[in-house]
Design a binder for this molecule. Structure first.
Ligand code: CP3
Length: 362
C-alpha cells in the first residue's frame, strides 16, 4: 500500500526534523524561572479524599501492598492528574519505606497511623539490613519507570524521601501522633551517637534518592515534617547538617536535578536552612510568611489545608493572597501540608482552575 507508506515516511520525517521540545513548567520554576502562570501540585494529592484511591486501597488490602505494587502505585500516582490539570505527579509511596526496607517492622493501623517496633538503642542502626535495602525498594523504582513512560511530557515527576530527623522520629519512637519524646530524649542523652545515627540515615536516603533520579524522577522532595520539634540550639546538627549531606551526595551524582526541602514549622530557621543546605526550592508550611523568605530561591506552598477543606470564598481569598505575595519570584503553588481526607474533590478542582487562571507579572 504505497499511500500508507508515504504517510508513514512523512510522519517519521517530520518527527526527526522537528523534535518537539516540551517544557515542564514546574521544573523551570524550581530552576528559578518566573513564568506568567504558577505551576501547581498538592502534597497528598493522591489519597483518601479521592473515591478512586479508596477503591484501589480496598482491593490491595493494605497500604504497604499498594506502595510495593508498581502498577497500582503508578495508577494511584496518576489519579489526581486525570481529574485536575496539575503540573506534577508525586510518586505514590511513603517516607517510612526506608525503615521498612532496612528491616524494621512497619504496620499502618487503620485510624492510628504508622506503627514501628522502636529500635532499642542508637547503635542498632549499624545492624540493619543494608544488603536487602535496594532489593526491597526495587518495586518503587519500577513504579517510577512506569510513570516516566505514561506521564505527558509537560508534567514533572517528583520523587521523595523523609529527611533524617523525621525518619529518626519514627524509628526511635515507633509511632506518630505525639511529640516523639523517646527520640528527643535519646538525642539529648547521647548527642554524638545521635549525630552518627542521623548521618547513617542520610547516607541511605541519598542512595535511595539518587536511585529514584536514575530511574526517572525529575526532582525530589525531602519531607522534614517534624523539624518544628527540634530545639533552636540543635537545628544546625539535627536538620541542616544531615540535609546538606544528602544534597551534596545527590548533587555529585545528578548536578542538574533540583531538590525541594520542606522543613515543616522551621519558623525562624527557614532562611538558614535555605542558605546552608544548598536546597533548590523551599517548601513552606501555612505559618511561613512568603514575603520574608530569602529572595534568591524558588518557594513552594503554602495554602492552609483547612482553607482547601472549607472551600468557597475562604479558599479563594487565601489562594489569591498567596499568589500576590509570591509575585515576581519563582514559585510553585501548593498546600502548606497534605490534603485532609475529608476535602471535597470539587474544592481541589476549583483551586486548580483558580491558580491556572491567575496571570503573574513577569
Ligand atoms: O503526597 C502524595 O500524594 C504521595 C504519597 C505520600 C504519602 N505519604 C501517602 C500516604 C507521601 C509523600 C507521604 C509522606 C509522608 N508519610 C510524610 C511526610 C508528609 C507529612 O504528611 O508530614 C509522613 C510524616 C508520612 C508517614 C505517614 N504515612 C503517616 C503519619 C501516615 C498516617 C497518617 C494518615 O494520613 O493516615 C501515613 C499513611 C499514608 N501515607 C497514607 C497515604 C495516602 C494513608 C494510608 C491509607 O490509605 O490509610
Amino acid at each position: 500500500m504505497p499511500y500508507k507508506e508515504t504517510m508513514q515516511t512523512k510522519v517519521a520525517h517530520s518527527q526527526t526534523m522537528t523534535p518537539a521540545v516540551i517544557e515542564k513548567p514546574m521544573l523551570e520554576a524550581l530552576k528559578g524561572r518566573v513564568a506568567p502562570r504558577a505551576p501547581i501540585w498538592l502534597m497528598r494529592q493522591a489519597g483518601r479524599y479521592l473515591p478512586e484511591y479508596c477503591a484501589l486501597r480496598a482491593e490491595a488490602g493494605s497500604f504497604l501492598n499498594l506502595c510495593y505494587n508498581p502498577s497500582m502505585a503508578a495508577e494511584i500516582t496518576l489519579q489526581p492528574l486525570r481529574r485536575y490539570d496539575f503540573d506534577a505527579a508525586i510518586l505514590f509511596s511513603d517516607i517510612l519505606v526506608i525503615p521498612h526496607a532496612l528491616g524494621q517492622g512497619l504496620a499502618f493501623v487503620e485510624g492510628e497511623g504508622p506503627q514501628l517496633p522502636p529500635l532499642e538503642k542508637l547503635s542498632d542502626i549499624e545492624n540493619l539490613d543494608m544488603a536487602g535495602f535496594e532489593q526491597k525498594l526495587a518495586p518503587v523504582y519500577e513504579t517510577i519507570q512506569i510513570l516516566k513512560r505514561e506521564l505527558a511530557a509537560d508534567k514533572t515527576l517528583i520523587g521523595f524521601a523523609g529527611a533524617p530527623w523525621t525518619i529518626a522520629c519514627y524509628m526511635l519512637h515507633g509511632r506518630g501522633g505525639g511529640t516523639f519524646d523517646r527520640t528527643r530524649q535519646m538525642a539529648a542523652a547521647d548527642p554524638a551517637g545521635f549525630q552518627t545515627f542521623l548521618m547513617h540515615i542520610a547516607d541511605v536516603t541519598a542512595r535511595y534518592l539518587v536511585s529514584q533520579i536514575k530511574n526517572g524522577a525529575d526532582t525530589v522532595q525531602l519531607f522534614d515534617s517534624w523539624a518544628g520539634l527540634v530545639p533552636d540550639s540543635d537545628f544546625e546538627s539535627h536538620i541542616i547538617a544531615p540535609t546538606k549531606h544528602i544534597i551534596d551526595k545527590i548533587r555529585a551524582a545528578a548536578p542538574d536535578v533540583p531538590i525541594i526541602g520542606f522543613p515543616r514549622q522551621a519558623g525562624k530557621h527557614y532562611a538558614a536552612y535555605a542558605h546552608e543546605t544548598g536546597i533548590s526550592a523551599l517548601g513552606l508550611d501555612p505559618q511561613a510568611d512568603i514575603q520574608s523568605m530569602p529572595k534568591n530561591i524558588c518557594l513552594q506552598g503554602n495554602l492552609d489545608p483547612e482553607k482547601l477543606l472549607a472551600g468557597g470564598d475562604t479558599m479563594r481569598r487565601a489562594a489569591l493572597d498567596i499568589l500576590q505575595a509570591a509575585e515576581g519570584r519563582p514559585f510553585v503553588f501548593n498546600l502548606g501540608h497534605g490534603v485532609i481526607k475529608e476535602t471535597p474533590p470539587e474544592h481541589v478542582a476549583e483551586l486548580a482552575a483558580l491558580v491556572r487562571s491567575y496571570t503573574r507579572t513577569v
